[in-house]
Design a protein around this ligand. Structure first.
Ligand SMILES: [Zn+2]
Length: 87
């Protein structure tokens, strides 16, 4: 089985889906194009980190989702395994 984990490069938040994970990039290039190189830097940030830095606007839905997140499939499997091993 292959499991993909998305990790925020700023706060190390991990999740199993790309939902609300945002690719943030910076490109640095001389305006007169005299330089030979173009520097590109890309990272993956979670939505709260993007909101904290003003890249994404916070909505009422952000508070609702963060207060009561839906369980992931991994959470459900862990809960089932935990229940089965405790009996
Ligand atoms: Zn983050």
């Amino acid at each position: 089985m292959i499991v993909t984990t998305y990790t925020c490069d700023l706060c190390s938040h991990k999740q199993g889906t790309p939902l609300d994970m945002i690719e943030v990039g910076v490109t640095v290039r001389a305006l007169d194009r005299s330089g030979t190189g173009v520097t590109q830097e890309r990272q993956i940030w979670c939505r709260p980190c993007c909101i904290k830095r003003g890249l994404v606007f916070k909505t009422d839905l952000d508070d609702a989702v963060r207060d009561d997140p839906a369980p992931t499939i991994e959470d459900l499997v862990r809960e089932i395994v935990h229940e089965e091993t405790d009996l």
